[in-house]
Design a protein around this ligand. Structure first.
Ligand code: C5P
Length: 212
């Protein structure tokens, strides 16, 4: 493993598995940039929807035209964008248009990069590849609490989250280009019974062991 300056850590896995929380905390601990690649697909989807276009067919031009302000919008993490991002992400031309942007971030300073195809396609030579997952029920619970608050007890809303998560997993894992799947040499972590701190500790221990 190289020194921490150019370290690339790939954090892949399905929706709401805790990748973002882990990747952000790791980046902070290791003083590396953090890159949330899902945000790029969300920004493309947002532009497609805003133009009244079809996320199954359109997106390449928007992927080429993404600007920093597109990534800072506060309406990227809403259910319609969850669905549309997963649809634009099925298009090879959209993925191709976003590839170099992702690689250029990590190339100079290293990075902790969170997504679906980081260890398999974007950084196949990453120093450490993690595949973070949890059961659909646990992930839906987490998303539901983020969206509706800790005290919300609406069984129908929760069932909708489970259905949306299962549908998005299926869409992300079944696409022909860069499907969601663990890299051959990824370390898989199932977070059903772990809080964010234990996941971070586990990964920091893993890094120390590899460095030793
Ligand atoms: O990670 P997040 O849930 O924000 O990603 C939104 C969508 O973007 C995913 O459902 C997936 O379809 C797509 N995505 C992808 N490849 C990545 C990151 C995200 O296909 N590296």
């Amino acid at each position: 493993m190289t020194g921490s300056r150019r370290l690339i850590i790939a954090v892949d896995g399905p929706a709401a598995a805790g990748k973002g929380t882990l990747a952000k905390a790791l980046a902070e601990r290791l003083a590396l940039p953090y890159l949330d690649t899902g945000l790029l697909y969300r920004a493309v989807a947002r532009r497609v929807l805003d133009h009244g276009e079809d996320p199954v067919l359109q997106g390449e031009q928007h992927a080429k035209a993404i600007e920093p302000a597109d990534l800072e919008r506060d309406d990227l993490r809403v259910p319609e964008v969850d669905r549309a991002a997963s649809l634009v992400a099925r298009q090879p031309a959209v993925r191709e248009a976003l590839l170099e942007r992702q690689r250029s971030v990590g190339r100079v300073h290293g990075a902790v990069v969170d997504g679906r195809d980081i260890g398999t396609v974007v950084f196949p030579d990453a120093d450490l590849k993690l595949f973070i997952t949890a059961s659909p029920e646990v992930r839906a619970q987490r998303r539901y609490r983020q969206r509706h608050g800790e005290d919300c007890q609406d069984a129908e809303l929760l069932a909708q989250e489970v259905a949306a998560i299962v549908a998005r997993d299926e869409q992300d894992a079944s696409r022909e280009v860069s499907p969601l799947k663990p890299a051959d040499n990824a370390v898989q972590i199932l977070t059903d019974h772990m809080d964010a701190e234990s996941v971070l500790d586990r990964v920091l221990t893993l890094l120390q062991e590899r460095r030793a």
